[in-house]
Design a binder for this molecule. Structure first.
Ligand code: SF4
Ligand code: SF4
Length: 206
């Protein structure tokens, strides 16, 4: 299985050993994100890193194990109840008059968040590439809700490739303003004209 190196920027102390041992220069980048197109997965960087900041991960993850509809349904309900517990604890903890109660509510809030995250992973949402994770993200991006980063969600949806066939990105019609071809694409902002290769501002949704 092909592996690639990833760097945890919170642990990295910058500019040290991985830069010297990497045979391809993949670890030496301006933004500190390892260049996966150059990485050959040799692991020298991770062996040399004194901070444990580099891990080797599969370049392609296998499809996630399927859960039954019934299990997914129960897990989603449980996670929703944890999310509302978190919301209630958050509202109550705004009261500054009882510092001990505030601390307890803060801990409850954190515990509800961690439980919800764990339930969602167990419920079949471990991999961002899985069909059910992408379908959920797509639902969230379409629903009217305050504060949800819809644009970021749409960008993720157009950049993550589904690895189990469980999610089909919606397609849209475009007209290329360079060669006037009309075509259908499900790649969102990354759509490319099949006739002349134009992209970005040259393509208008129709
Ligand atoms: S795994 Fe090898 S090629 Fe990839 S970044 Fe680390 S040292 Fe460089
Ligand atoms: S060796 Fe580790 S700590 Fe040093 S720059 Fe590389 S990733 Fe960061």
């Amino acid at each position: 299985m092909k592996r690639i190196a990833i760097r945890n920027l919170r642990l990295c102390t910058k500019d040290c050993l991985c830069l010297y041992v990497c045979p391809t220069g993949a670890s030496d980048t301006e933004d500190s994100i390892i260049d996966t197109s150059k990485c050959i997965g040799c692991g020298s960087c991770s062996d040399a890193c004194p901070s444990g900041a580099i891990s080797l991960v599969p370049a392609e993850y296998p499809a996630q194990q399927r859960k039954s509809e019934k299990v997914m349904d129960v897990m989603e309900k449980l996670a929703a109840s944890k999310a509302s517990e978190e919301k209630i604890a958050s509202m109550l903890s705004a009261d500054e008059s009882a510092p001990n109660l505030k601390r307890l509510l803060k801990a409850l809030k954190q515990s509800a968040r961690l439980s919800a995250e764990d339930i969602m992973r167990e419920g079949g949402y471990m991999l961002p590439q899985s069909g059910n994770s992408l379908s959920l993200l797509s639902r969230l991006a379409d629903e009217p809700s305050q504060g949800f980063p819809k644009e970021a969600a749409k960008e993720l949806l157009s950049s993550i490739r589904c690895n189990d066939g469980g999610y089909e990105p919606p397609s849209a019609m475009y007209k290329c303003e360079r060669c006037f071809t009309e075509f259908e694409s499900s790649s969102g902002d990354k759509a490319v004209c099949p006739m002349c290769g134009a992209e970005g501002n040259h393509l208008k949704p129709i």
